[in-house]
Design a protein around this ligand. Structure first.
Ligand SMILES: Nc1ncnc2c1ncn2[C@@H]1O[C@H](COP(=O)(O)OP(=O)(O)OP(=O)(O)O)[C@@H](O)[C@H]1O
Ligand SMILES: Nc1ncnc2c1ncn2[C@@H]1O[C@H](COP(=O)(O)OP(=O)(O)OP(=O)(O)O)[C@@H](O)[C@H]1O
Ligand SMILES: [Mg+2]
Ligand SMILES: [Mg+2]
Lengths: 253, 253
């Protein structure tokens, strides 16, 4: 049973990629087979896991352009149980290239349904927008994890994100569900963080993970070495938080 | 002589809106007449300056759909010398709506050239992508300010941004220039910040503003009150930094 989860929020810099990369690694450490799919033209998840986008033969761009070629873009990483479909910069042009194509929002779902293998989880990292690539991530997923940075601007976009989920649920993906809401960059020394956390819990109630990701500079350092937090600094608060999150994700089933 | 500057970087959460709002306010305090233009569907600059997007009759969406209506979307703010063209959520659909329109990338430039008034500066806040709205901001501007968060992922996208600027310069806007590069969320306690700052200075040399914006929670708190940092906490390090930045911007002419 392959659990497909997209990490989405159109607000920029809230920790989508950091969550996609480190949750995937933490699930792999728990011996779950994970496929990480990077559909952001920035290709941060790809470099964050240690892969050079210039050296990959096939990327998510290729398979979205030609869904029948799905399997060939899967690359194994240095982490056991974790594979990736890397992104490439070409993705930036896909929205225009597919503008007249039938079923352009369902391409990623098509790709994932044709990947016949024993993955337990597929984790999809989306860009900071509600365009075609995020739409593909929403149509392909059974559930979404919404990272919310504990700051004001991050709260503002939630209403728009929820109405987008409603629209996708009503049209292309009736089973799309909020799998969980994750509070990120939580800094207990600021009042702002607690105010935002309270608002988010009032709105999302038990959808909010009890694990909060603390602001921890080690999380920001790890990608510069192409490593996940588990391999860069297993003793850090960031690593502990993502290991806890993986347990919660597994328990939610 | 109206100086048109766009605040751009496709990397999310690097401080584009925080810079657009607070630089505009700091220029206004120096008695420069400023028009802040919000072309991000998130409308964060609009709410950051204290305006409710639901209450504005006309927005940047309306004037981009119908450039002849330019003047009617200008709204004065509570800050003397500072007006705004607010955003609205409808902007999210504009890229698709204008897909077949001639000159769709030059609409904002058309709008600004028809605004006949004594603004010294037009500051444009762009979304975290390289789509049509950012393209409009690049075509309409004489120069760009590129905020770079002092973290690794922020470095990665700079090459792509520069090649996009080159393409726009070669086609639609030959005078497009890097007005300045701004280091944001600088935290001197981390090695990472200095490493990134060094890389940025090596690449951009004297384009980098000597003012660095420190990580300062007061900057994140101010928008929840609909206030700029100058009005929320004039004594904060964040306020000092944006006042210094405004001086540098004025000096660069
Ligand atoms: N908990 C954390 N503590 C400290 N830094 C963090 C944390 N989470 C993420 N970061 C850093 O904050 C920045 C933004 O995070 P990230 O790039 O993961 O966000 P994103 O939502 O994927 O951004 P985008 O919208 O551009 O895709 C990055 O430099 C990252 O390293
Ligand atoms: N120097 C700073 N110190 C502390 N917090 C900051 C600073 N600059 C910005 N912030 C906060 O960081 C978050 C991201 O900043 P902001 O929204 O301005 O970035 P952005 O580039 O406009 O994001 P987007 O890509 O979504 O448009 C916001 O919550 C903001 O309040
Ligand atoms: Mg990301
Ligand atoms: Mg912004």
């Amino acid at each position: 049973r392959m659990r497909r989860i997209s990490i989405v929020n159109q607000k920029g810099g809230v920790g989508k990629t950091t969550t996609a990369v480190n949750l995937s690694a933490a699930l792999a450490v728990a011996e779950k087979r994970v496929l990480l799919v990077d559909v952001d033209a920035q290709a941060n998840a790809t470099s964050g896991i240690g892969i050079d986008t210039r050296e990959v033969p096939f990327s998510s761009y290729d398979i979205l352009s030609d869904p029948d070629s799905a399997g060939k873009a899967i690359v194994s990483t240095s982490i056991k149980y974790l594979d990736i479909i890397p992104a490439s910069l070409d993705l930036a042009g896909l929205e225009i290239e597919l503008i007249d194509e039938e079923g352009r929002a369902q391409r990623l779902r098509q790709v994932l349904s044709s990947i016949d293998s024993g993955y337990d989880y597929v984790i999809i990292d989306a860009p900071p927008s509600l365009g075609l690539l995020t739409l593909n991530a929403l149509v392909a997923a059974q559930g979404v994890i919404i990272p919310v940075q504990c700051e004001y601007y991050s709260l503002e976009g939630i209403g728009k994100l929820m109405s987008t989920l409603d629209r996708v649920r009503a049209s292309l993906n009736p089973s799309l569900d909020v799998f969980g809401v994750l509070l990120t960059m939580y800094d207990p020394r600021t009042n702002l963080a607690d105010q935002v956390a309270d608002e988010v819990r009032k709105y999302f109630r038990d959808k909010v993970f009890s694990t909060m990701i603390p602001r921890n500079v080690r999380l920001a350092e790890a990608p510069s070495f192409g490593q996940t937090i588990l391999h860069y600094d297993i003793d850090s608060r960031g690593a502990r938080a993502y290991l806890d999150l993986a347990q919660e994700v597994i328990e939610r089933g």
